[in-house]
Design a binder for this molecule. Sequence first.
Ligand code: 5GP
Length: 183
Amino acid sequence: MSFTDREQFSKRIRRVMISEEELHAAIAQAGAEIDAAYEGKPLLLVSILKGAFVFLADLARAVSIPCEIGFMQAQSYFEGTVSSGKVEITLDLTQDISQYHVIIVEDIIDTGRTLSLVAEELRRRNPLSLRILTLLDKPERRVVDLKADKSLFTIPDAFVVGYGLDCAEYYRNLPYIAEYEEP
Ligand code: 5GP
């Protein structure tokens, strides 16, 4: 798929599900909660690329206490049962996380499989603490026992794009979360 036409690009957006204003209000609140909970502690915000890059950029600016930022990218493979698999970390953190309180900043939890493997890997590295903050949560789709410590929006089982989330690498630049319609 290749898009150069603005009209074709817009046609697939069924509706705005979460507006820019709603996103920013929820993120401001999440930032204030992080400030209160982690004041005086070494904090590392870990974003899982690519989908969470926009959320991380806004969240980091809503946090006013000192913190570091890290990026990871992971590829997961699943065979047989839906709840077991392997994860390959294709981009890793540079920090030794045993020195930090870590918050995983995720875009969306769907089946939960990839994030549960990434969280397991990070737990193995003995961070001072580990929490999961997700922008979006689709609990109906979960196949593994994974719960975010905080989720900003619970959404129904629909395919969404925008605000970092893609369809074939497009739509990440939309400033809101939209429901995508297959052509
Ligand atoms: P999980 O391992 O939880 O099934 O996979 C989560 C990943 O699948 C997310 O990080 C995201 O990349 C992708 N994903 C799941 N649901 C959606 C969705 O509705 N829209 C988009 N664009 N990606 C999704």
